[in-house]
Ligand binder design. Structure first.
Ligand code: HEC
Ligand code: HEC
Length: 353
């Protein structure tokens, strides 16, 4: 009888264990996903880079994409809540653009399906660059160097979709891999220090991080409601409240006037399950991209790990307390800090025409 039971358990482990491991794995970099409609060429990437650094893309000429996505800061700005167009306030943290091509949707709430679609949002956003897109098209047409470059790259004139395509191509070139974890996964067992290795075991085992942080990005590109608290530093900021109401109104949120928290994915799907759910962020280069979460509420990785160890925010349905000891939390942090930082990209600033 007992023997039978043991046999059943072993059989179960043999079948179920590899299946769950297959479902959630870490992976190393092979190639950058690129849509057939917008193939990468060196000239297109270079044009996209110029646009990325060009302050003409903002209404008052003070901001380029690189103002918030600073190359030397892993394409973030180090702020809890991102910078914004003068006199307005942003409401979310600036995510890194390193390895951004690997996501399946873009923004914390996934409201853009492709990098091409994403690229024009910040340009027209009232609280980011605030530039009218039709005007941008004409504005760039008055710069002979751009007219010539668009002709060379796209075989035609400057259009909004082509501006977006060039920006997307540049961002797809921002690949920072070959982190110690990649070397480790390829078989170099010494690529991680003994403490980082213990952290890796926790990450993929007891702490269950790999459930959501998996694949080549260490993100499943799915939305989860961890109930991350609102950032108390901005709880009473009237300008942020205005931005929140504005976005909710644009997304037809009925009660936008009384909204005092970030609805997350709900704004896109209108599905109750998505209330305050955000896309799992990549953990690559996580040591370089503090502060953390969609609203920058946690300044350190210790704060993030403590939050997860206690089972996430009040009332959430996706996390359970982990019961990690002080030592285990230390190993987990060592893994995040030591194993996930990829090669540094040397970005040579372009000459904007
Ligand atoms: C004023 C600061 C600011 C500027 C300027 C800005 N961004 Fe961002 N960017 C942000 C913030 C904040 C988010 C997150 C917004 C959200 O999720 O709702 C973001 C998100 C993104 C994302 C999505 C990343 C992801 O993980 O899904 C991409 C791609 C991006 N920006 C590219 C650009 C490009 C290209 C430009 C220039 C055309 C630009 N940004 C200009 C602040 C800025
Ligand atoms: C149920 C899915 C899920 C699990 C399990 C999970 N995470 Fe996350 N993680 C997320 C989501 C979603 C966010 C973004 C939340 C937000 O912005 O409000 C996040 C954010 C983070 C961040 C901040 C990233 C940034 O750029 O701001 C870190 C660090 C992190 N998680 C580490 C871990 C670790 C370590 C574990 C295991 C102890 C873990 N996560 C388990 C889904 C998960």
């Amino acid at each position: 009888m007992l023997k039978n039971r043991v046999a059943v358990v072993i059989l179960f482990l043999l079948i179920a264990l590899p299946a769950t491991l297959l479902a959630a794995q870490l992976d190393f970099f092979r190639h950058v996903p690129t849509p057939a409609e917008n193939p990468q060429t060196p000239e297109k990437i270079e044009l996209g880079k110029k646009l990325f650094f060009d302050r003409r893309l903002s209404g008052d000429g003070t901001m380029s994409c690189a103002t918030c996505h600073v190359p030397e800061q892993a394409f973030t700005d180090g702020l809890e809540i991102s910078m914004s167009y003068p006199t307005t306030k942003n409401w979310r943290n600036t995510p890194t653009l390193l390895n951004v091509a690997f996501y399946k949707s873009f923004f914390f709430d996934g409201r853009a399906a492709t990098l091409e679609e994403q690229a024009l949002f910040p340009v027209m956003s009232a609280f980011e660059m605030n530039k009218n897109l039709d005007y941008l098209e004409e504005h760039l047409k008055s710069v002979p160097a751009y007219v010539a470059e668009f002709k060379k790259v796209f075989g035609g004139e400057i259009t909004k979709p082509r501006i977006a395509m060039a920006l997307a191509a540049f961002q797809r070139s921002l690949v920072s891999m070959n982190a110690p974890l990649d070397k480790f996964l390829k078989g170099d067992k010494n690529a991680l220090s003994p403490d980082a290795k213990k952290g890796y075991e926790l990450f993929t085992g007891k702490a269950g991080c790999i459930r959501c942080h998996n694949g080549v990005l260490l993100s499943d590109s799915i939305f989860h409601g961890l109930n991350v608290p609102e950032n108390p530093s901005f709880a009473n900021d009237p300008d942020i409240a205005a931005t929140r109401r504005f976005v909710a109104k644009v997304y037809h949120f009925d009660d936008y006037k009384n909204l005092n928290e970030d609805p997350g994915r709900f704004l896109v799907t209108n599905n109750k399950q998505d209330w305050r759910a955000f896309r799992t962020p990549t953990l690559r280069n996580i040591a370089l991209t503090a502060p953390y979460m969609h609203n920058g509420v946690f300044k350190t990785l210790d704060e993030v790990i403590d939050f997860l160890n206690k089972g996430g925010g009040e009332g959430n349905k996706v996390l359970k307390p982990l019961g990690l000891t002080g030592e285990e939390k230390k190993y987990l942090k060592t893994f995040l800090v030591e194993a996930l930082t990829g090669e540094t990209l040397k970005i040579k600033y372009p000459e904007v025409p």
